[in-house]
Design a protein around this ligand. Structure first.
Ligand SMILES: Cc1ncc(COP(=O)(O)O)c(C=O)c1O
Length: 389
């Protein structure tokens, strides 16, 4: 039996896999079993932030791997402490809870918000609702599905966790109405709705939500699972908006290809979790944390400038081209609305050796932050030809 057959027979059928088996990679290039080369402008859905098998990252990971792979969170480890300090210093957040994934980072944020509110209201859970936005995506656990504002995710798995209300994005009246009608403790949102079609929230709306949170004593939670770690041209996307969240969650690119996520806790919630109130066996695992420390330490001003320049290059190259209806996104998180169905464009790109993604009805680009100019140019040229067809 070949690998594809084994996969189909023995792996739960949750993924619509493309007919490609990748066996190795180097930077922004991937290779399948026949040796065919692909330019990767999807980076495993915003995960391989410095591409495949990046030397510096791989060295940091293997160095830790050969020293100590795991201890449990009953003991101190160096990579976790250093990573937490770096994240706090670079964001102004006060403490970090480490998870393994984005959904778990959001679960931690939701628990932190509810605990904060319960503590504040003398044990009453009357104010524990959370407002999220329609078209959002916050994860696949039962609670983060409830937080997710897309009806398509709200079937088959009921009952979902209660206490989530979905406001219209970019409609401040809708947020105000839900705040007024419900006993709330937080607003949680992505600033660029990635899975929702790379939809960028308006600056005025976001600032107003932040003001409403201040005015009503609500926590502002920003889900940066996809937008975080340099992706949008700032270390975290909220830095593009001139706001200061109370909780920031991230994952994906943080580990550069290993599973790690976190909820960063600001001043109001820094002491909300006491011993035993939350936990994770693998969260902040030393090997993953060593990789993440390498990733975060390399996202500097020069790289962020380069991300913006590469973004501008892609937008300029595709704007006004035949078959391109619109382009949305920030930095190296871009969505292209095409005249041809997005899935068809992505499928043909793959055949021609370019790996990209869809996001609802758009073609989504999430290249490695350090993709070489020549590789990016070639990939965009092919994409343009496929879109134009
Ligand atoms: C904004 C956002 N939040 C949460 C998640 C869930 O992350 P994970 O798949 O690591 O659980 C995703 C994944 O796509 C995401 O884009």
């Amino acid at each position: 039996m070949n690998i594809k057959e084994l996969d189909r027979e023995f792996i739960a059928d949750t993924y619509a896999r493309n007919d490609v088996l990748f066996v190795k990679g180097r930077g922004s290039f991937l290779y399948d079993e026949s040796g065919k080369e692909y330019i990767d402008i999807g980076s495993g859905i915003a995960v391989n932030i410095f591409g495949a098998a990046d030397d510096s990252w791989a060295q940091a990971v293997t160095k830790q791997l050969s020293k100590l792979q795991h201890t449990s969170n009953l003991y101190y480890t160096e990579p976790q402490a250093l990573l937490a300090r770096t994240l706090c210093e670079r964001t102004g957040m006060k403490k970090v809870f480490f998870s393994n994934s984005g959904a778990e980072a959001n679960e931690a944020a939701i628990k932190a918000a509810r605990k904060y509110s319960t503590d504040k209201h003398g044990g009453s859970e009357e104010f524990n609702s959370i407002i999220t936005l329609k078209n959002s995506f916050h994860g696949r656990t039962i609670t983060t599905l409830a937080a997710t504002g897309q009806d398509v995710f709200h079937k088959d798995f009921a009952p979902f966790t209660e206490g989530f209300f979905h406001a219209e994005p970019n409609d401040i009246c809708s947020v105000k109405k839900l705040v007024k009608e419900n006993g709330c403790c937080a607003v949680m949102m992505e600033l660029v709705q990635g899975e929702g079609g790379v939809a960028v929230l308006d600056k005025v709306f976001v600032k107003e939500v932040s003001r409403i949170c201040d005015e009503n004593n609500l926590l502002l939670i920003i889900d940066e699972v996809q937008t975080g770690n340099g992706r949008t041209g700032e270390l975290y996307c909220y830095m593009n908006y001139g706001i200061m969240p109370d909780i920031v969650t991230t994952a994906k690119g943080l580990g550069g290809g290993l599973p790690i996520g976190c909820a960063m806790l600001g001043e109001k919630v820094e002491n909300v979790f006491g011993k035993g109130s939350h936990g994770s066996t693998f969260g902040g695992n030393p090997v993953c944390a060593a990789g993440a420390l390498n990733v975060i330490s390399r996202i500097d001003d020069a790289l962020l400038r380069d991300i913006k320049a590469k973004s501008a290059y892609i937008v300029e190259s595709l704007s006004g081209q035949k078959g391109v209806k619109s382009i949305s996104g920030l930095g190296l998180m871009l969505g292209i609305e095409t005249a041809r169905p997005a899935a068809e464009v992505v499928g043909e790109c793959l055949e021609r050796g370019v790996v990209c993604l869809t996001a609802i009805d758009k073609v989504r680009l999430l290249p490695a932050l350090n993709i070489p100019d020549a590789a990016l140019k070639k990939a965009i040229h092919i994409l343009k030809e496929v879109i134009n067809k």
